[in-house]
Design a protein around this ligand. Sequence first.
Ligand code: ADP
Ligand code: MG
Length: 405
Amino acid sequence: DGVEFSRVCVSRRVMVLVNPQSGRGQAMSLYTGPVLSMLTEANIPHTLITTEHQNHARELVRNADLSQWSAIVILSGDGLLFEVINGLMEREDWVTAIRTPLGILPGGSGNALAASVHHYTKAGTALGEDLLLSCCFLLCKGLVCPLDIISVRLSSGPRLFSFLSLAWGFVADVDIESEKFRHVGAMRFLVGTLLRLASLRTYQGRLAFLPTREDSSSASISSSPASHPRSLFCSSVRCISHVQRQTSTSENTCHNSNGGDFLQSENESKDDKLPDNLLSPIGDPVPRDWTIEKEQDFVLVLATCHSHLSEELMVSPDAQPDDGCLHLLYVTAGISRPALLRLFLAMEKGTHLTCECPHLMYRRVRALRLEPITKPGVITVDGEQVEYGPIQAQVHKGYARIICG
Ligand code: ADP
Ligand code: MG
């Protein structure tokens, strides 16, 4: 498989994007150290690009000639990949652009995707430099898996695309409040959690969601089938034939090479690209087949696409990169501080779901809507703060691709 990756790279290079400000500001030294030596040894031609400001990567991938690149690899935290995915989706040729293989190397303070990608290999826990080496090894192997994308709609402003998480309440507050501790690296989340725990608060709101078929028919937590990665080379070929098939039909429901389906019309405007067929307009009631929770006080609402929320928080152990669902966890008001602390400690091993905590709910969903009533507050998408207010989201199964497995 490594050979096939190299064959692709003879004519095309890997774009390696480094955010020198991420984490403790160590990403450049990680590049010049282990990353460069592993890529050199594996014979992977690449070009290093350091970002100079926020949204630099987003602008860059929005305008790049993608035919020149075999993959885009991010050496940073999750924030830089969020920029890249949104930049790809903003392009005229978003249908092909979003199929560019993406890679992640942990260089930030929030390395959720890197920790998840490592977890999917079923190897034991790896932190810090071990995690970097594991992800670098996966990059050298060059196998590509489908990756779910979440379409996120706010009451105003442009639509966003997410690959990781949507958070409100405790988790979102910790993420944003702990920004000032970024010099301590991943420890910032522990410090932030303890501080927020000391001043625990609740958040009033409404939550509604569309459970997955399996989730509505069974109360138990069933695990999803593992995905089968393919080589970068093979999947590029499949991707091209998929796109050719797609452009030859004016309006058609297509099945992409990963089993995901979508409706694609010829005269789409920028805004109805990748239609959110499960969502009704944010001001209207949710569709009839949704579950509506009663209006209540929450401590946190968190929806994730991946197993890890940070290197040491395994929030949804059974998640797979293309399981087509959001893993929705929410904690209702009334939980004590020690019980909440126990939940977070259990997340290190991913055992919180078996704690039988009566305040913790876990559902697998395909879409959700959250309407916060408590003001002011913080909502984050992939760890980045977004406009506070009603928000809804839908998963698009296997729509992007990630170097994984
Ligand atoms: P971390 O995990 O440390 O937060 P991220 O990759 O999430 O690392 O990056 C944090 C933020 O920095 C993101 O919002 C990203 O857009 C922004 N960013 C990217 N490049 C730069 C840069 N050169 N200077 C400052 N901020 C940047
Ligand atoms: Mg970040």
